[in-house]
Write a protein that binds this ligand. Structure first.
Ligand SMILES: NC(=O)c1ccc[n+]([C@@H]2O[C@H](COP(=O)([O-])OP(=O)(O)OC[C@H]3O[C@@H](n4cnc5c(N)ncnc54)[C@H](OP(=O)(O)O)[C@@H]3O)[C@@H](O)[C@H]2O)c1
Length: 272
């Protein structure tokens, strides 16, 4: 019998560590990072496996991962999350060829190399496999997102995005049913974010942009949703698209009156 496995790179810390704990509530998880996730701190429902490898040397890491999975044919990967990455805070004109290739290999090439190996070596579950690549808003082009001393990191994330697009295209030509997604986590209080904010020489524009942002907390998204002004009698609330969920779907058991509803169709308003 096969069991589906979730693989997370960078699960020892930050976003990957959090993700790993949530995934382990549903299925076995394999963490790939240099350090171990501190399992003793959490209770996990499913097994957590750990491969402590350095993704700056992805060829060695791939061999170890391939061997590990080949020794466990009952485990097939249904999810792959790429979180492992590093910053390289430096002026572009000071970046050496060695620093450049090290960061590009870790942040851009290693996630692709792992997924390609999983496909070609038959380590994926046969249906509904999913790749999720964690990128950054700094991968996007635009003056307001191009900060001094973050050029190499931003470029490595932009390269990852482009590589993922091409991989997606190649997978579709090969008729491989694997969903592949790039996600931008926003700003999350992790060691990486601390390193950025504590860089004394960082671009004043970056410091200003992030200074008023609170550290991430559970529920932030709900709190930041645009708030609606208080409604008063006679106000109209307009939904761009209500789908089937008009108030006719509501329950009338309490006898509370429902609001009148109108539909804007082909330029005219109809009472429902
Ligand atoms: N935090 C944010 O605000 C933010 C914003 C945008 C995007 N992101 C992206 O989100 C992802 C996670 O970031 P984070 O903030 O959680 O970072 P983090 O706390 O610094 O964690 C980074 C993880 O990557 C692993 N890693 C680093 N170098 C490695 C290597 N050579 N080999 C294997 N693993 C390595 C680390 O594990 P070991 O040290 O144990 O190897 C660690 O588990 C990254 O891709 C980052 O670019 C973060």
């Amino acid at each position: 019998m096969t069991d589906t496995l979730a693989i997370v790179t960078g699960g020892s810390d930050g976003i990957g560590a959090e993700l790993l704990q949530r995934l382990a509530a549903h299925q076995p998880v394999l963490n790939i990072s240099r350090r171990k996730h501190r399992v003793e701190d959490v209770r996990l429902t499913h097994p957590l496996y750990q491969l402590n490898v350095d993704l700056e040397d992805p060829e060695a890491a791939l061999k170890i991962l391939d061997n590990w999975l080949s020794d466990r044919p009952q485990l097939k990967a249904s999810k792959f999350f790429s979180c492992a990455a590093q910053l390289a805070i430096n002026q572009l004109n000071k970046v050496s060829a060695e620093e450049f290739s090290k960061l590009m290999v870790l942040n851009s090439w290693s996630p692709l190399a792992i997924t390609e190996m999983l496909i070609s070596r038959g380590h994926l579950a046969t249906s509904n496999s999913r790749f999720v690549f964690v990128t950054s808003s700094l991968a996007r082009a635009g003056d307001e997102l191009s900060f001094a001393r973050l050029g190499l990191y931003s470029a490595s994330k932009a390269a990852l995005g482009r590589l993922v697009e091409v991989q997606r295209r190649e997978m579709s030509l090969g008729a491989q049913q694997i969903s592949s997604t790039l996600v931008h986590p926003g700003i999350v209080a992790t060691a990486m974010q601390d390193e950025l904010r504590n860089d004394l020489y960082s671009d004043p524009a970056f410091r200003e942009k992030t200074s008023k942002l609170p550290a991430f907390r559970e529920g932030d998204w709900d709190e930041r949703r645009p708030s609606m002004p208080e409604l008063s009698f006679g106000d109209r609330v307009v939904f761009g698209m209500a789908g089937a969920y008009a108030s006719s779907m509501g329950s009338g058991f309490s006898g509370v009156a429902r609001p009148a509803e109108y539909l804007l169709r082909n330029g005219s308003i109809e009472a429902l």
